[in-house]
Ligand binder design. Structure first.
Ligand code: AP5
Ligand code: MG
Length: 289
């Protein structure tokens, strides 16, 4: 069941009924509001004309949206952790066991925009190269545009939210059901990052010591050359780790206090993953009860 912190039904049911136009209105209010205004308040101010514009004239108020069932009743999951802490690696394992998830990595999406030199990519590039966070509103729009909120599918977000402001904005749109927090020692991370190679168009990640490509320097699927990420240079890695401590680490307390976070400690993804898997299974079982 999907409720906002204020108890109002917001995710999937709301979005599937109100359509994209109204969702955009809600989204822009969710991201721009720095106060603790609830989803109900934000939703209530969506005018009936915007709902009509969305092609759903019978939905006159947000609360009336709760009368219809979503297509699915999926789970909303996040994966948190330091840069290079294995979020992408563990996400891939989760997807192979729980294919119902739509996986969205904010970093992969941003890198695609940079590669295609879209206006968002041009704006994001300098921040990423310096190991700084891209401004909240840009990332918020990117994620909420891509997330398939209308289908009710389970969603796994990797790398978003990364600030308390992003988390608060997200909470106004959806209820987060589970947060997987990966706790990996910094020394391990520094070692791994210097060994990481990626296939830029797809975001596929390799490490010569952990999961090497079949052919040195080439992507397994396309045979195209692998590159090192711009932000994997040592000075940039230091900056990313500092940014994590300042901006993202407070999310651990934020989600712990909501009772949805579980931390997984270790240095090896293969050892950590079985614990992640059984915890995720348990959350799905709880959700079915
Ligand atoms: P993002 O792409 O999210 O980077 P990150 O958080 O720094 O994390 P990484 O993707 O580098 O690492 P990971 O945790 O996925 O680890 P991986 O599985 O690859 O973001 C990049 C930038 O975009 C940010 O710096 C920021 O500028 C911007 N951005 C993104 N989201 C944002 C947001 N919400 N707000 C604002 N700005 C945002 O593993 C690392 C390596 O270890 C790999 O090579 C892997 O093969 C290897 N490895 C994994 N497990 C093992 C193992 N057991 N043994 C040995 N090697 C292993
Ligand atoms: Mg990643």
């Amino acid at each position: 069941m999907i409720h906002s912190s204020s108890g109002t039904l917001v995710h999937r049911i709301g979005t599937s009924q109100i359509g994209r136009t109204a969702l955009r209105g809600l989204r822009s209010q969710a991201r721009s509001s720095s106060s603790s205004a609830s989803a109900a308040t934000a939703a209530a101010s969506i005018s009936s004309s915007s709902l009509k514009a969305a092609g759903r004239p019978r939905c006159q108020t947000f609360s009336s949206l709760s009368v219809e069932a979503p297509q699915e009743d999926g789970m909303f999951a996040l994966i948190l952790g330091k840069p290079g802490g294995g979020k992408g690696t563990i996400s891939k394992k989760i997807l192979s066991d729980f294919p119902q998830f739509q996986h969205l990595s904010s970093g992969d999406m941003l890198r695609k925009h940079v590669q295609n030199q879209t206006s968002l990519g041009k704006e994001a590039q300098a921040y990423m190269k310096a190991g700084k966070l891209v401004p909240d509103d840009l990332v918020f729009d990117l994620i909420t545009e891509e997330a398939d909120l209308e289908s009710g599918r389970s969603i796994l977000l990797d790398g978003f939210p990364r600030t308390v402001a992003q988390a608060e904005g997200l909470e106004r749109l959806v209820h987060v059901d589970m947060v997987i927090n990966l706790v990996i020692p910094t020394d391990t991370i520094v070692e791994r990052i210097s060994d990481r190679w990626i296939h830029a168009p797809s975001g596929r990640t390799y490490s010569y010591s952990y999961n090497p490509p079949k052919q040195h320097g080439l992507d397994d699927v396309t045979g195209e050359p692998l590159i090192q990420r711009e932000d994997d240079k040592p000075e940039c890695v230091r900056s990313r780790l500092e940014t994590y401590e300042e901006a993202t680490a407070p999310l651990v307390d934020y989600y712990s206090s909501n009772g949805v976070l579980e931390s997984f400690h270790g240095t090896m993804s293969d050892v950590i993953y079985p614990n992640v898997k059984s915890w995720v299974e348990g959350r799905f079982d709880d959700g079915r009860e």
